[in-house]
Design a protein around this ligand. Sequence first.
Ligand code: FES
Ligand SMILES: [Fe+2]
Length: 383
Amino acid sequence: MVVINESGKLKATLTGEMYTSPSVFQLEKKHIFSESWIFVGYEYEVKEPGEFIRTKVEHENIMVVRGKDDVLRAFFNVCRHRGATLCSADTGKAGIFRCPYHSWSYGLDGTLLGVPNTSECKEQLVKNEQYGLEPVHLQLWHGMIWLNLSEHPKPIEQQIDAQMIERFGNLETFARYGLENLRVAHREEYEVDANWKIIIENFQECYHCSAIHPELTETLPEFRSGIGTQNGIGTGAKFNESYQAFSISGKGNRARLKDLLPEDDRTYYGITILPLVFINLTPDHLIIHRSIPINAHKTKVICDWLFDPAEMAKSDFDPSDAVELFHRVNLQDFEACQWCQENMGSKAYRKGGLLVPVEQHVSRFYDYVLEAIQLPENEKGIF
Ligand code: FES
Ligand SMILES: [Fe+2]
């Protein structure tokens, strides 16, 4: 990253064009989103044989389905005959998948099972692996389903575990939150008029916290310093002394997640898993953001609040106090992201801006992006 003053305390941001250029976005699609493990859902959503969810990674229609052999698989949701979308339901349970167009049918393991009125070539087609549904690489990680469109994906550990270790110094801290046992109690979706990088950068710095997050800094007073929990190995932020829970009122009597340590009490940890996921750990619930880049200046963010199903089963379970805190934080963050996006094409931002020392880990994100997209040598000067 370019150091722009002699003390080395200020660093250059990316230039405005990096946040508006369709050609940069295309490079990011090709080299980042299509080459990375992308989080699309939870294993518990496809627990029984035949259960499926439909999703998208990039422009690709994909379905994730549990086979009769209990194996979870992902396929392109594209009929091998003439390319129709095979399954149009978002979720459901199926015995086979029958294409709505000419009724070719496929098994839950992707095998082509039936092709009507084709006695001449039926044998050539049916049960021939070559004509089954095209598979997509799938990995489970703590109950999360991750897909990778690359033909030869890098091991998922290289992407996720490496970032966990960088953040916590170990894998145990995150593991003890038992994400695989939790369930989504509430989901919010946000359409943000901002480039995905602005959103991810925002998750990675707390310099803005004192200015725009009154409720969050009330809950986590040390965030007023501008240093968030993402900055130090293993560090978490302690709740305000009068707060019992990570909620808008500070009240809450849900049991802490069962494998946590005393040091996790009244403590918040945040971690970004590049390229697109942000996870927040609190003693009784997790909050998971996934960003879905739409184009150079638009991103959808899905935010899930996950709780212990034993708590959710109680008659007085009400997550709204907890949801309200981070929902407000989200609205504040995404509005701020839009303040920046609307000026990324300005003459005043042609050369970009500055990062101050408490934001300098954001420059590592710039390096990650620039290294991944492999800008042609003759274009490097532009950005
Ligand atoms: S496109 Fe699916 S059966 Fe023809
Ligand atoms: Fe924020």
